[in-house]
Design a protein around this ligand. Sequence first.
Ligand SMILES: Cc1cc2nc3c(=O)[nH]c(=O)nc-3n(C[C@H](O)[C@H](O)[C@H](O)COP(=O)(O)OP(=O)(O)OC[C@H]3O[C@@H](n4cnc5c(N)ncnc54)[C@H](O)[C@@H]3O)c2cc1C
Length: 414
Amino acid sequence: MDSEILNCSEKTYMHRPPSSVEEVSTIVKILSASANSTFSIRSGGHSPNSGAANAKWGVTIDLRGLNSIDINSDIYNLQVGTGLTWNEVYQAVDGYDRVVIGGRTGSVGVGGLITGGGISAFSPVYGFARDNVLNMEVVLASGESVNANASHHADLFAALKGGQNNFGIYDISTVEEQLAAFTAFKNPANFDPFAEIKQSYLYYGAEDQGSVSNIMYYSNASAAMASLQRFTDIKPQALNTMRISNSTDFSAELTRYQPMDQYAVHATATFRVSPTILKKVYDAWNATNLSIAGDVLNLTSVLVYQSIPALQPASASPNSLGIPPDSHPERNQVLCLVSLYWPLEKDSQLVQQATQSIIRAVDALTAEEGVQVPYRYLNYAASWQSPIGSYGPASVEVLGVFRRNVPGGLKLFD
Ligand SMILES: Cc1cc2nc3c(=O)[nH]c(=O)nc-3n(C[C@H](O)[C@H](O)[C@H](O)COP(=O)(O)OP(=O)(O)OC[C@H]3O[C@@H](n4cnc5c(N)ncnc54)[C@H](O)[C@@H]3O)c2cc1C
């Protein structure tokens, strides 16, 4: 059982921040030559899984020095360094009146979000952030650097892309209405490609209190946002910051709400919506919170419902996630994220076990209703889950990179 203080590193034997692809290449050549060296790769450092982005007693290749941004003259293409945060990317394109398909929270890194998938405010139309990448400059395990795109190293390109607002806070008394609103939102007949919502149920153990937050985006400023109105109409609301603004502003707002300097675990499940499943999952999550709150100091537990991004055409963008391209998961599937935060290391084992029991309960409930979907989103998966295994054998075949000396992160046979 391992857990990581969010956004902090365990003791690293050596820390060497390269500032160019050539330097990364040299470092990888040296490390690959030694069977005993372990190393890890870090971009934004947001993975809560221990060892994912820092090698205990090994080498952490910290990519924050790869932080250049080149804006193509037609302003439709960008070249961005993996070590940038999304807020830095959004700021760079603000002056051009453009937006980039990237993370919703500004402090998340480019590298981890894209290699894991990447859910953005525009995902109901434009899909995962990874599906909007045209080319990746990749350092192979040999140290050689290559360009991977749809015509060169296309298998590697596909593998890399899967191998790795606005705010409303509501009273917990609105739970039933919130669940009903999200169930209606996920009815395929109500699908609205401009609407994106991340609905979170929060439990604070110290006060034995809860709340609900809806982070909502509507990407057509000139249309009435009828599909989100069922959420905005719910009362009482403790906070409402609905406004028209840009991604820099929204992503900075979300960064302010992230709990830092705490232990954290994320775990995930996917299922199709039904009239009853959201409430059943909520009840299972809530029951587990109550069962451990007395033993875990200052527990915060969050249950999130959101949509799967729309898949982009397979020809333009190889899909290694094992999701049938014509299945339209964005219309009726729910991506469920469970996040627990706690301040004391001594509680880690209990919280990890509780998180596993929530996911087991979700799996049992969704199987019982016949709505379970195997897909596990890599960027939300716990170290004890197998997101790449969930893509199916055909995708696992393609995804075979960097296994020997990079112990952290989620891999083929975790
Ligand atoms: C506060 C918060 C908000 C979030 N919001 C969103 C969101 O809106 N949408 C979403 O989809 N996800 C979101 N996530 C999940 C996020 O996408 C993942 O945690 C992601 O892996 C973080 O990327 P990073 O570069 O910051 O992290 P890191 O911890 O640096 O990296 C995560 C993993 O990716 C690997 N990696 C990073 N860069 C590279 C690279 N260049 N080459 C190879 N491997 C690399 C690392 O080795 C590590 O295993 C959020 C997470 C947090 C904690």
